[in-house]
Design a protein around this ligand. Structure first.
Ligand code: 3HC
Length: 294
């Protein structure tokens, strides 16, 4: 594989912090960029706490944790990513914002730098088109929680260079992940199938098919999924799920991708799931309690 030594990560939220962690854990010099120093320090602090738990459990040596954190640097300045061999974007699902950053980095990074997006529903070609290096753009789609989930979808557009794709695929493997090859269609493989399932669960709830708890229990015990659809939706973030639904509906004009009205109302009220303390469950007590939504 063409040599990758230095990795840039855009965004240090739920996904970006996990991606930065696994890159640093695999031995790469990793620099993660957020909109402000405060936000980036919060993200890196979260990684430190997560690793601290692993050390306490005896699953990670304290010196390995320190070495990992030594390879991880935060910044709020895009220019600091100019020497990266690959940049992985994990910011909010907004094409204009993503492309503004890609355009800036296109002018800063050397010609060999690979651009990769962790988008869950936009197409990679729509980002590649904003740059002068469409052949060096791929998708690297990770799953939450990134340090735990083995899968990475590696996405090639009709413009991606075969050698660049191979480098990205090998890079995903070098992170200890199991990559799969995907075409550049909105949602790739997993979200193409998962998003309508999650939206269908919300519609089933709205139609009174069963309660939140029983739909979750049904899918956990009836199919062996680790989480039911509502626990999973709260875990992914309802604001994120709603954005993904809008993007995929717009792409396919297929109503099963559309955000149901209940999801829209929950997002309007700030019920974003676990991260805001309320979603399909209320997380303010010791145990999550189903919300009185219907
Ligand atoms: N970060 C890092 N590690 C975590 C973690 C996190 N957020 N959450 C759990 N872990 C670790 C734990 O520390 C534990 O590690 P250990 O075995 O070394 O002690 C291990 O994961 C198992 O955790 P728990 O015992 O606490 O809990 P579970 O066994 O229930 O596993 C789970 C938790 C892995 C999250 C499991 O419930 C699961 O697989 N859920 C489904 C997740 C899923 O479907 N993710 C995909 C979402 S869709 C997506 O991301 C795509 C996007 O585009 C929308």
């Amino acid at each position: 594989m063409a040599e990758i030594k230095r990795v840039g990560v855009l965004g240090c939220g739920l996904m970006g912090s996990g991606i930065a962690q696994v890159c640093a854990a695999a031995g790469y010099e990793t620099i993660v960029r957020e909109v402000s120093d405060e936000v980036v320090q919060k993200g890196i602090g979260g990684i430190g706490r997560q690793l601290g738990k692993q050390v306490e459990k005896g699953k990670l040596a304290a010196e390995d944790r320190d070495a990992l954190l030594g390879r991880l640097r935060g910044t709020s300045n895009l220019e600091d990513l100019k020497d990266c061999d690959i940049v992985i974007e994990a910011i909010v699902e907004n094409l204009d914002l993503k492309n503004e950053i890609w355009r800036t980095l296109d002018g800063l990074c050397p010609a060999h730098t690979i651009f990769a997006s962790n988008t869950s529903s936009l197409t990679i070609a729509d980002m590649a088109a904003a740059t002068k290096r469409p052949e060096r753009m791929v998708g690297l789609h990770f799953f939450n929680p990134v340090p735990v989930m083995k899968l990475v979808e590696v996405v090639k557009t009709i413009a991606t260079d075969a050698a660049v794709f191979q480098t990205a695929f090998d890079f995903a493997k070098s992170l200890g992940k199991e990559p799969i090859v995907c075409k550049d269609n909105s949602g790739f493989v997993v979200n193409l199938l998962l998003v309508p399932y999650m939206m269908d669960a919300i519609r089933a709830l709205s139609e009174g098919v069963a309660s939140i708890e029983d739909i979750d229990k049904g899918m956990r015990l009836g199919t062996g999924y680790p989480m039911g659809p509502f626990v999973l939706s709260d875990f992914v973030g309802l604001d994120t799920l709603d954005k993904i639904g809008d993007i995929m509906f717009n792409e396919y004009k297929e109503k099963r991708y559309a955000s149901p009205p209940l999801l829209k109302r929950m997002v309007s009220l700030g019920y974003y799931g676990r991260k805001s303390g309320k979603g399909f469950y209320d997380y303010s007590g010791d145990e999550p309690k189903p919300m009185p939504l219907v």
